[in-house]
Design a protein around this ligand. Structure first.
Ligand code: BG6
Length: 487
């Protein structure tokens, strides 16, 4: 791991994401000596803050990571605040002057990173003005990181991408999907890559079905204004779920490089057919949470949510992949707010051997061998294998082979820590390319178009604190599968 230097310009410096994720991520890198002393951050936003106040905010945001106050003071001294109206071209001259000054003071070199953590509606304006004010020129080393949402459908995403491409080279655009920065999400590829025997069974001959669960216990809370326009399909499926699915389903490239990984993911996403209206109706389940009298109110009563909203807070579905490797293997997914527990798992359910003398040929998924990736809150991989039941007969019994990361003292990086560092190094492997996003939106748009055709008629209520609507269980039952729940 090498030390990086650079100048980071953060738009939206007074925002929630900056305090919750970005400042702590930078501090972790600093503590681990991955960020050299030749770095500076310009925080910008509309509010009139002083440098001193800004540094107090940054110090407050990293407070629980500090074990040496002097080190923390040293860290925050690299932060500078510029009050800036991002929609006013004249302000970019002030920004440019500050950038020149700090580049000289900190000897940051020509490594510039623009972090757009503002309302997405002003992304195009910011990048346009960065170019018009001669801050970003295509010759020098400038990268931009964008927070989601990247568009609200394919057409708007395309428009946004076009406007970014006017200022930045495509491989300098880092579209963040923070799930790709999670250690265990990256481990999906690593496990396949480093264990050829696993890759040998990674196909329809050995895999029965795949289940991806992103369960969240928190309700929508204060984010109703944003969420009601997005729903689970745009908030979680379009990005995180499809990206995890791509890492599971893609063909492993012979040589590992950012380009080869991206190409393999695009090929996989392209092999997911757009949904027909009938498939959107039959292969998805949409739900909305209701109060459980336990601190959670009905979704329809959440602040800034339309009282007649038909936005889904739960989504489950079944995807067929149209290629040789995955012939006949369903990819199931589910995600929801206000469910019983916060966890993310990927279950690779393997084909069982069916015994002639068994009463039924249908083996429940919970009794099939399986490989489980625990992505969060704990990291881990578990393998369940069928062994012989003790006794005279040759009968299978499912048993756990366990590797629990909690038991090994490895440092697990935070997603933003990993991803910001990768950007400063110019490594785009775990970011989404435009071609991937285009395929993701194509799939999502086809599902939403199907729902519009059927008038959003299927919206199933579920009590908060549960596993979601029972219709999500019925969906799998129809295909003789069952969700593997954690409890
Ligand atoms: C975000 C969504 O992308 O991911 C949120 O907008 C969601 O609605 C969050 O809560 C989940 O991320 P994590 O890392 O907490 O699982």
């Amino acid at each position: 791991n090498s030390k990086v230097k650079g100048l980071i310009v953060l738009f939206g410096a007074t925002g929630d994401l900056a305090s919750r994720k970005l400042y702590p991520a930078l501090y972790r890198l600093y503590k681990r000596h991955l960020l050299s002393d030749n770095f500076a951050v310009i925080g910008t936003a509309r509010r009139e803050w002083s440098n001193d106040y800004y540094r107090q905010v940054v110090a407050g945001a990293v407070n629980n990571l500090v074990d040496d106050q002097a080190e923390c003071q040293q860290f925050v001294s690299h932060f500078h605040y510029v009050s800036h109206d991002a929609t006013d071209l004249a302000h970019y001259n002030i920004l440019k002057a500050k950038m020149d000054e700090l580049e000289a003071t900190y000897e940051t070199g020509e490594n510039h990173l623009y972090y757009l953590s503002t309302a997405p509606s002003i992304f195009p304006k910011i990048t346009k003005y960065l170019k018009e004010a001669n801050i970003v020129t295509k010759q020098s080393n400038h990268r931009v990181i964008l927070e989601k949402p990247f568009g609200s459908d394919l057409a708007s995403a395309q428009k946004l991408n076009d406007s970014l491409s006017d200022t930045f080279k495509d491989n300098d655009i880092y579209r963040i999907d923070h799930y790709l920065g999670k250690e265990m999400v990256q481990n999906i590829l690593a496990l396949r890559y480093f264990n050829p025997f696993i890759e040998a069974i990674w196909n329809h001959h050995y895999i029965d079905n795949i289940q991806i669960t992103l369960s969240e216990d928190m309700p929508v809370g204060t984010r109703g204004g944003y969420y009601d326009k997005s729903g689970a399909i745009r908030d979680m499926f379009q990005n995180h779920i499809l990206q995890i699915m791509a890492l599971v389903g893609m063909t492993l490239p012979e040589h590992y490089s950012p380009e080869s990984v991206h190409e393999a993911k695009i090929d996989f996403l392209k092999s997911i057919p757009s949904f027909t209206t009938q498939q959107a109706e039959q292969c998805t389940v949409r739900g909305q949470y209701q109060t459980n009298d336990n601190n959670v109110v009905d979704y329809l009563k959440e602040p800034e949510v339309d009282a007649n909203s038909t936005t889904e807070t739960f989504l489950a579905g079944r995807i067929r992949v149209n290629n040789e490797r995955w012939q006949g293997v369903p990819f199931y997914f589910r995600t929801g707010k206000a469910l019983g527990e916060k966890y993310t798992t990927v279950q690779i359910i393997l084909n069982p051997r069916v015994y002639k003398d068994e009463e039924t040929e249908v083996v429940p998924d919970s009794e099939k061998p399986r490989l489980t990736f625990f992505i969060q809150p704990e990291c881990g991989v578990q393998l369940y294998l069928n062994e012989k039941q003790a006794g005279q007969d040759l009968r299978p019994q499912i048993q756990l082979l366990d590797h629990d990361w909690r038991k090994s003292a490895q440092y697990v990086e935070e997603p933003y820590e990993k991803l910001i560092y990768n950007t400063l190094l110019g490594d785009p492997t775990y970011f989404t390319t435009w071609n991937e996003l285009r395929e993701q939106w194509r799939i999502v748009d086809s599902i939403i178009a199907g729902w519009h055709e059927i008038n959003h008629s299927k919206l199933d209520q579920y009590p908060a604190g549960t596993h979601g609507p029972k219709q999500a269980y019925n969906l799998l039952e129809r295909y003789h599968n069952e969700w593997i729940d954690l409890d």
